[in-house]
Write a protein that binds this ligand. Structure first.
Ligand code: ATP
Ligand code: MG
Length: 200
């Protein structure tokens, strides 16, 4: 089994996340993609993040129509900070050693990877699929000089659709009363409006 892991705040989940996950699934022949909403992302400590039940609900709604997509609340259940290393160890226990895990990260996250908790151990233990993101240019030589040969073996780069969508932009649009149609799945748009999210 080869499983792709898509972690994020998903505040809210948008078509950039979904299109990227689907493109990666196909090009790496992954058996499924597991979306894992983060409880408290270590790099977003200073910021307000929407209630986890809402983020989980939107992620579940958004992924329903793809039979290869699943959602896990393991990081939400664990509480505290969401460290990818803990998640990876837990997934290895659940799926067994024969399952290969591929963490999907955007270019913006790849540029910050060296700052992650136990970054070197993480890159040695599992695969990363680094996708492109509009407006972000990552110098892979800098990544390589930090992680050494593990970077060449375990960090795979792939060009993905490049939808210029971010959750930050969606939240801003809702706050200003602007349309978010075609940026998020319709079920997510309806959920945001119904629950009155991102208005203040
Ligand atoms: P925010 O603006 O709140 O930071 P975001 O849109 O960056 O939200 P996150 O939940 O922070 O979304 O991202 C989770 C993962 O998805 C990260 O690895 C990020 O790089 C990736 N990602 C987010 N948006 C896109 C996009 N439009 N295209 C490709 N990858 C994306
Ligand atoms: Mg982000």
């Amino acid at each position: 089994m080869k499983i792709g892991i898509m972690g994020g705040t998903f505040d809210p989940i948008h078509l950039g996340h979904l299109a990227t996950a689907e493109a990666v699934r196909e090009s790496f022949a992954l058996d499924e993609i597991l979306f894992i909403p983060a409880a408290r992302p270590p790099h977003k400590l200073g910021k307000l993040v929407t209630d986890e039940q809402h983020r989980l609900a939107m992620t579940t709604l958004a992924t329903q129509s793809n039979k290869f997509f699943r959602v896990s609340d393991m990081e939400l259940k664990r509480k505290g900070l969401s460290y990818t290393l803990d998640t990876m160890n837990e997934l290895h226990k659940t799926f067994g050693r024969s399952t290969e895990l591929f963490f999907i990260i955007g270019a913006d996250s790849l540029a910050d990877l060296f700052k992650w908790h136990a970054a070197r151990e993480l890159v040695e233990k599992c695969h990363f699929i680094a996708t492109t993101r509009q407006g972000v240019d990552v110098e892979f030589s800098a990544v390589e000089s930090f992680f050494g040969s593990a970077a060449r073996e375990h960090i795979h780069r792939v060009t993905t659709p490049g939808l210029e969508i971010s959750s930050t932009d969606i939240r801003d649009k809702v706050r200003c009363g602007r349309s978010i149609k075609y940026l998020v799945p319709e079920v997510v748009e309806n959920y945001i409006l119904r629950e009155g999210l991102y208005r203040d």
